[in-house]
Ligand binder design. Sequence first.
Ligand code: CA
Length: 240
Amino acid sequence: MTDRQLSVLVVEDEGSFVEALVVSLEREGFKVRVARDGIQALELFDEFRPDLVLLDLMLPRLPGLDVCRSIRSRSAVPIIILTAKGTEVDTVVGLEVGADDYVTKPFRMRELVARIRAVLRRGAGGIGTGSEVRPEVVSVGDVSLNTSKHEVTVAGSEVKLPLKEFELLELLLVNAGRVLTRDTLIDRVWGPDYVGDTKTLDVHIKRLRSRIDPGASASSLITTIRGLGYRFEMPPRPGS
Ligand code: CA
């Protein structure tokens, strides 16, 4: 953690909800500004240059998805979408036009703050392990993956993984705490020209879970986000 106060632009038009959000974020040490509609969001974004944007999708004047696209076209700032239940389609589009994660309303403040910290820790700039330099070792909780040795350990014990499962795990670990859409996973692991059955992905995830997380319930490390994709869960922070 740096000493500098991190800033968050909240884009949301529901009054009482915004107030509660601002109070909570300020209590967490963030500097907060609020935009009440899509146009104001873009104006404030340019003026305020926040470290992170919390973006509601249903906004007056300019829809949240357009705001997301517009911000992403000029900045790699992390964007977390605030979404209402039953708007999964918009959420998928939001992730595809560059949002980093989403949180479904109603949510607990603690969950939102954990997501904010996870996204900020990863730093700005889209989904990891694209063309950037691959880190040699990626560790999240008990799971550790070494890209150069092609080795995976879970709580210190080595686990053998076939290539596709290894690649899936790497992508999930590098982006831990963030939802990866099915399209993104298939695209990155099987390539953009893949035309096979999309069930292939689910089968690989199932096998991967059984290898890295055999004793636990099916979804404890890798969560299925229905209609969207998968997320590797960040371990709880000590004391939280
Ligand atoms: Ca709204």
